[in-house]
Design a binder for this molecule. Sequence first.
Ligand SMILES: Nc1ncnc2c1ncn2[C@@H]1O[C@H](COP(=O)(O)OP(=O)(O)OP(=O)(O)O)[C@@H](O)[C@H]1O
Length: 274
Amino acid sequence: MITYPVFSYQKAKKPQRMVNHQEKQTPIIEVKGLNVRTREGEILKNINLQIPRNKIVVLLGPSGCGKTTLLKSLNRLTDLHKELQVSGEVLIDGVDILKVSRDLPIMRQKMGLLSQRPFPLPVSIYRNVAYGLKLKGIRSKDLIAHSVESNLKRVGLWDEVKNRLNSPANSLSIGQQQRLCLARGLAVKPAIILADEPTSALDPISTKIIENLFKELKEHYTIILVTHVLRQAVRLADHVVFMYYGDIIEQGHPDDILKRPQTEVLKKYLVDGN
Ligand SMILES: Nc1ncnc2c1ncn2[C@@H]1O[C@H](COP(=O)(O)OP(=O)(O)OP(=O)(O)O)[C@@H](O)[C@H]1O
């Protein structure tokens, strides 16, 4: 479980690139021979994975199999854990994030992170969404106001909060806070959303809202979702990756992975869960 504040905002100077037709065919993320280990042993073992654009890719697997570690490796949150040794390649749009230094903030800005519990900043609803824009150096009050409104609308929160934009963000319900965090991330225009069990703290109605949002958002974003809820995987996944003890055991279309599993471990997982 990731417990860091959602979405890492960093100053970035370069504008977002337009994606041309050829780029749309190439995976947005390619993981090659990724190993993550501690002194005690391996957490991820020679992970090879291609993540297509504008799809929802679901990481499934029993507790402790390395899903969160894989997610953290994609935007180098693993740097925060000095005990982790990471090797291999994680190519984001062809650039190996494990090798960049000066451009790391720019690379990270391509990825928004939505964690299990919402972590709104201890400021108003408005300032939560405006925060990343200000960090990016945007000063125009009109631009910021427009972005706050459009991103709150995008996550279906505008009507619920438009009359209380200056209220503290933590006065919102947990489900609303999670949507606020999503709006805050979207405001800085990521290409990829990394979501680590983003509905596990939510009630069924808020869960449905987030799931429906993901279905809409994939038109513009690539979403990598960790979930323990098989029915959520069935509802959302375009591609399922099943992990077990740091390995990818099976991956593919949900109809194949979830309905016609090939390995005994996946068959058992689908019956027993963890
Ligand atoms: N910083 C760390 N130091 C040592 N061990 C770690 C570290 N981070 C993760 N691990 C270990 O790596 C393994 C995989 O952890 P990870 O959180 O990636 O699993 P997960 O599949 O996301 O689990 P869950 O579904 O329970 O959240 C676990 O055994 C965990 O204890």
